[in-house]
Write a protein that binds this ligand. Structure first.
Ligand SMILES: NC(=O)c1ccc[n+]([C@@H]2O[C@H](COP(=O)([O-])OP(=O)(O)OC[C@H]3O[C@@H](n4cnc5c(N)ncnc54)[C@H](O)[C@@H]3O)[C@@H](O)[C@H]2O)c1
Ligand SMILES: O=c1ccn([C@@H]2O[C@H](COP(=O)(O)OP(=O)(O)O[C@H]3O[C@H](CO)[C@@H](O)[C@H](O)[C@H]3O)[C@@H](O)[C@H]2O)c(=O)[nH]1
Length: 429
């Protein structure tokens, strides 16, 4: 089928490249000229393992990128993967989505039929009340007739986006008409016929909220483990031993029990905030979700508190190892390193940051701190080190700690090897 994908960020680029790989003819549309040029040049503007290979294999054949919305008219369906950022009060800002939907509508005016699929994460009713009317008004098409509408939330993780898209636990297809459901099924057939996955066919609102429920559950699971971990620490118990044991209960499961400095990224903080705001909007106070956020905000402060047990932070040189919100990505959005660095600066420390790939992006947040070219350089002469991302290379650090002025390590990710001569503090162990 001929598909267009609106927005070429983490989701849009992955979706476009993977659908092309699956045999569809795909046009990626983005307003950013550099992003479009990179794609047409055979690579992504973001770092994502395996993505460049898929782009390079398909570009010029089944995949192309453009800033021209008119190209959408040549396609049968459009996946909307535009940003839905948080506003101050946690609600999602739908202005980009609305502008995109309007421009999409103008591009498909005069067509007999077009399927619009919302891939962006949106609160229940957004597709029905914001996206569909905007496309319908601009195109002159009628919702449910010429204009078919779907919601297909995305569950990929950054750092493993391609694998997650190509081997999903489930594919959620939301629609309100038999025609939209059939088109969605057809688009996903090349994937669902080759991998063992669950296809969940549901309504638009249900598909929208399934995405939030998924992320809220995972974020709350981590916060619950962090809370248990904080209690464990006070009893001198290793929370990782506890997590391993409770994870054996299949009702709990072993994943997402890694306690530490908390959850960041472009999704969990934004999506939990949006679900809280959406709940309040309909008069429900979501106290458990609020608690999950509170515990998450507590973890960086606990990390700084543990540091203060060993080092007078004012005037100290502190290495922050790991700037990305998790390993495998250069994305620093809502990285736990941000509140940690901010807290260190407030306390008068000299901060030297290190990350294998996320340094450039963190420079936009903290242009004035020092950045080291390696973990060894960051540790050299430091009075303490705080580990905020579980990059595998940190597990190999050993003699590098000997070059520290005082070998104090506060490990927020359970990644550094404890050893003699190292003053080691885990957050929850
Ligand atoms: N990042 C993830 O891991 C992830 C996973 C699942 C769902 N989501 C959701 O998917 C959506 C997109 O997220 P993302 O991380 O890919 O965003 P992103 O910020 O990485 O990318 C968005 C892209 O949209 C482009 N854009 C902005 N306005 C545009 C317009 N008017 N027309 C065309 N292009 C425009 C930007 O230039 C950018 O390339 C969000 O709703 C997000 O919550 C993200
Ligand atoms: O046991 C764990 C697992 C994760 N994290 C942290 O949680 C955050 C999010 O991690 P992860 O879920 O791996 O990354 P994302 O790429 O943000 O993916 C989440 O958010 C995406 C956007 O909505 C969804 O599509 C994915 O399914 C969902 O896992 C990171 O800061 C991790 O360090 C922990 O602290 N402990």
């Amino acid at each position: 089928m001929k598909l267009s994908v609106l927005g070429s960020g983490y989701v849009g680029t992955t979706v476009a490249a993977c659908f092309a790989d699956l045999g569809h003819d795909v046009t990626a549309v983005d307003i950013d000229e550099d992003t479009v040029a990179a794609l047409n040049d055979g690579h992504a503007a973001i770092h994502e393992p395996g993505l460049d290979d898929r782009i390079a294999a398909n570009v010029g054949d089944r995949l192309r990128a453009t800033t021209d919305y008119d190209a959408i008219a040549e396609t049968d369906a459009t996946f909307v993967a535009l940003p839905t950022p948080s506003m101050e009060d946690g609600t999602i800002d739908t202005s980009i989505l609305e502008a995109g939907a309007e421009a999409l509508g103008e591009a498909i005016a005069g067509k007999d039929e077009h399927l619009v699929v919302v891939k962006s994460t949106v609160v229940p009713k957004t597709t029905e009340t914001v996206v569909a009317p905007a496309v319908a008004d601009a195109s002159g098409l009628t919702v449910g007739e010429g204009l078919q509408v779907g919601v297909n939330p995305e569950f990929l993780r950054e750092g493993s986006a391609v694998d997650d898209f190509m081997r999903p636990d489930k594919v959620v297809l939301g629609s309100e008409t038999a025609r939209a459901a059939a088109l969605l099924r057809e688009i996903y057939a090349p994937l669902t016929s080759q991998v063992d996955t669950h296809v969940v066919e549901t309504g638009l609102r249900e598909a929208e909220i399934i995405k939030y429920a998924n992320n809220a559950f995972l974020a709350t699971k981590i916060s619950l483990m962090n809370e248990i971990g904080n209690i464990c620490k006070e009893y001198d118990v290793d929370a990782y031993e506890v997590a391993e044991a409770i994870g054996l209960d299949h009702r709990i499961g072993s994943s997402f029990l890694a306690s530490g400095v908390g959850w960041g990224g472009s999704c969990f903080p934004k999506d939990v905030a949006a679900l809280i705001a959406a709940a309040r909007e309909v008069g429900y106070e979501p106290s458990l979700l609020e608690a999950a956020v509170e515990v998450n905000e507590k973890q960086p402060r606990r990390m700084l508190g543990l540091l203060e047990r060993h080092v007078d932070v004012e005037g100290a040189r502190v290495a922050v190892l790991g700037l990305a919100f998790k390993p495998g990505t250069d994305d620093v959005r809502e990285s736990r390193a941000i509140p940690v660095i901010r807290g260190l600066l407030e306390r008068g420390a000299t901060v030297v940051g290190y990350d294998p790939i996320a340094t450039e992006r963190m420079k936009r947040h903290f242009p004035d701190i020092e950045y080291a070219a390696s973990a060894a350089d960051a540790l050299d002469g430091a009075d303490a080190a705080l580990v905020t991302t579980d990059w595998e290379e940190f597990a190999d650090l050993d003699a590098e700690f000997d070059a520290m002025a005082t070998p104090v390590v506060v490990d927020g990710r359970h990644i550094v090897e404890r050893r003699d001569g190292l003053v080691y503090e885990g957050l929850t162990w």
